[in-house]
Design a protein around this ligand. Structure first.
Ligand code: AR6
Length: 199
């Protein structure tokens, strides 16, 4: 079950927890690797739930337009096969190397490319896992503002997707996300700070 935890951006962003393979909407994003041939984490779960047709579709992409694999930050579409979601958008996040290897820009591009592909496909609802924060080691509290700002900026310029779900595997991961956004969501009130300095 996917549990809705909080709505942000006037309801266009839904923070939720649960198993993303259960998402009932237009598309889910898969945190894949460049090979597109499956792996652990959410990628493994998505392949198990979608059935062997998903791996076959990924192999077909590798044999044709993605012979060199999918570069970090890019996104590609397949059907959802046995998933409830109609489609899977595969993207590759950065491997965390301490923050000095353009990880932030690559993570933002992974979200941005996935959103752009969803908009082009006319998708109304899209669910993201917390890209790169598992096997790839990106600290969740550092990934949070990057993910949130990138989605917010994209939605400000596009009517689609109407709703973007950020689905965290465990409720506590959603808590870490919301806590990390604290100052982004609730900037300190300007007026009060100014007044306290006024003689
Ligand atoms: N639903 C929602 N979130 C999930 C699920 C699920 N069913 N399962 C795991 N997560 P990861 P990455 C969360 O490692 O860091 C794979 O082997 C998990 O708790 O899946 O981008 C790929 O093939 C974490 O918060 O992805 C790549 O080789 C988040 O999903 C590599 O891992 C991302 O964790 C990609 O690593």
């Amino acid at each position: 079950m996917i549990e809705r935890i909080k709505e942000l951006a006037g309801g266009r962003i839904v923070v939720a927890s649960g198993d993303i393979t259960e998402f009932d909407g237009d598309a889910i994003v898969n945190a894949a690797n460049s090979s597109l041939l499956g792996g652990g984490g959410v990628d493994g779960a998505n392949h198990r739930a979608a059935g062997p047709e998903l791996l076959a579709a990924c192999k077909e992409l590798r044999a044709t337009r993605l012979s060199g694999g999918l570069a970090p930050g890019e996104a590609v579409l397949t059907p959802g096969f046995r998933l409830r979601a109609r489609a899977v958008i595969h993207t590759v996040g950065p491997v965390w190397r301490g923050g000095e290897a353009d990880e932030e820009a690559t993570l933002a591009r992974a979200y941005q490319s996935s959103l752009a592909l969803a908009a082009r496909e006319g998708f109304h609802s899209l669910a993201f896992p917390a890209i790169s924060t598992g096997v790839y080691g990106y600290p969740p509290s550092r990934a949070a503002p990057v993910a949130y700002r990138t989605v917010l900026t994209f939605l400000a310029g596009s009517a689609l997707p109407e709703t973007v779900w950020l689905v965290f595997f465990r409720a506590q991961d959603a808590g870490v996300f919301l806590e990390a956004l604290g100052s982004v969501l609730n900037p300190p009130p300007h007026g009060r700070a100014l007044r306290s300095h006024t003689p």
